[in-house]
Design a protein around this ligand. Structure first.
Ligand SMILES: Nc1ncnc2c1ncn2[C@@H]1O[C@H](COP(=O)(O)OP(=O)(O)OP(=O)(O)O)[C@@H](O)[C@H]1O
Length: 441
């Protein structure tokens, strides 16, 4: 079994004197031009970390590896990803390093799948799905950019670990079964689609020991309910035969993403109440049948998203192994998101560099000692802004720096002091909040 590629389900420490080593996942990205042997790069990264680190901190970039000529020639990013422990930092002596070396492809490796018959006139208008090769450069870093307070990301990774473990152990499907379907639901702009794509990328990196490559199939739900509606049932069948073909390649791990799944599955209940044509029942039934067929495959995962959970067909919801609510971010997550925006603007030179304190420090009374330093003032101001942003989606938050610049900074010479930029964000936030307190951004 090769399930060690993902963190264990609990990751907890057992309290005995001789603790087993803790799995630490290191992700190493090869340069596009590198032809180095993956095993050599993994060894070099392992040697570098064990000789230059005393502790390892989860979710951090390693930046000082350029002292290794071999790594410099072949690698452009090393990241300490997850640590399978409750603690986010562990001594290197307790760590069992799992090094995952990958070389992402460019976006050009995306194909489109038309819903129409190959020779039909409407072929161009009816793109039913796109298929991207993974790992993909466009998706690199998305996983790290998504911030949730409750550990949604670990939950998803642990679910995949469980399904791999159960599949490898040949658990009898008649006795214990699962459907390989995940449903993320919640308000718009909370990162559901991004999280699905980021998970697909993560799996392609993490499972590279057992699958040589990954595929992300994005289904366009709307095109399945096209104006050629009576054709939709057949269309679902054709689409899923294409997916089955991909899944038959056992060297590939395939993630199928169905966004706004309610548009596909609401139809059956509407049909039952007489407001939808019976064709739509056929589409939903075709979809459910096809999903049932895929559950026996080891190398596939169906990720679905919805903004309106109430509208989803009950039979579909019942098939989802994980139904995860993805809500609006709380102040702590808002702080992290805005801080990541500011860090990016500092990286490109639009904002003057400043080391912002963590949320815990900035929000606690102890930090008042630092209130007079630029870092302390900036931290306190950012906490205030984060509190004022309650109720905003991640999408709106990532837009706030743009509005701040457009409305309040304009032509001023970069780099702008961080505090000035934050004041501008505060003004932009106020302007978008109508009298009743609801925000309009
Ligand atoms: N929790 C979050 N942390 C960081 N960024 C976030 C978060 N939530 C949303 N975003 C950002 O908001 C943008 C929109 O996210 P995305 O389209 O994935 O959301 P969604 O929930 O699928 O929205 P919709 O339902 O409207 O399609 C992305 O750029 C994403 O990075």
């Amino acid at each position: 079994m090769q399930t060690e590629a993902l963190p264990s389900a609990s990751g907890s420490v057992n309290g005995t004197a001789h603790l087993p080593p803790v799995a630490v996942h290191i992700e190493v990205r090869l340069r596009p031009s590198s032809t180095a042997d993956v095993a050599d790069v993994a060894t070099a990264a392992r040697v570098f970390l064990t000789s230059n680190r005393t502790t390892l901190q989860a979710e951090t970039e390693v930046v000082d590896w350029t002292s290794s000529r071999f790594l410099t020639a072949h690698v452009d990013r090393i990241r300490i990803a997850e640590i399978a422990s409750r603690s986010s930092s562990i001594p290197i002596t307790s760590a069992k390093l799992s090094v995952h070396v990958y070389q992402p492809l460019s976006d050009d490796f995306t194909e489109e799948f038309s819903a129409a018959e190959p020779d039909a006139d409407q072929a161009e208008e009816s793109i039913a799905a796109s298929v991207a090769e993974l790992p993909n450069r466009a998706l690199d870093g998305v996983w790290d950019s998504l911030v949730y307070e409750d550990d949604i990301k670990t939950k998803l990774l642990n679910y995949i670990y469980t399904t791999l473990l159960f599949s490898d152990a040949n658990v009898d499907f008649n006795l214990v079964s699962w459907n390989r379907v995940v449903l993320l639901h919640g308000p718009p702009g909370t990162g559901k689609t991004s999280l699905c794509k980021a998970l697909a990328q993560k799996l392609a990196i993490r499972l590279s020991g057992r699958y040589t490559h990954g595929k992300l199939v994005e289904i366009n739900s709307h095109s399945l309910f096209s104006k050629w509606f009576s054709e939709s049932g057949k269309l679902v069948q054709r689409l899923f035969s294409m997916i089955t073909e991909l899944v038959e390649d056992e060297a590939a791990f395939v993630v199928v993403l169905i966004d706004e799944v309610e548009s596909l599955t609401a139809a059956r209940s509407a049909a039952a109440s007489g407001t939808e044509p019976t064709d739509s029942i056929r589409v939903v039934n075709a979809l459910l049948t096809q999903l049932d067929k895929l559950k026996h495959r080891k190398n596939v995962l169906i990720m679905t998203t919805s903004n309106i959970t109430e509208a989803i067909d009950g039979a579909f919801i019942d098939r989802a192994d994980i139904k995860q609510y993805v809500g609006l971010p709380p102040p702590k997550a808002i702080y992290w998101i805005l801080e990541s925006c500011l860090r990016e603007l500092m990286r490109v030179g639009l904002v003057a560099p400043l080391r912002l304190p963590s949320y815990q420090v900035a929000a606690s009374k102890e930090s008042l000692d630092n209130v007079m330093t630029p870092e302390g003032r900036a931290g306190i101001l950012l906490v205030e802004i984060a509190n004022g942003c309650r109720g905003l989606s991640g999408r709106s938050l990532r837009r706030l720096p743009v509005l701040a610049h457009a409305h309040h900074i304009g032509m001023a010479q970069a780099p702008i002091e961080c505090e000035v930029w934050m004041q501008a964000m505060r003004k932009a936030l106020k302007e978008t909040q109508p009298e009743n307190g609801e925000t309009g951004i």
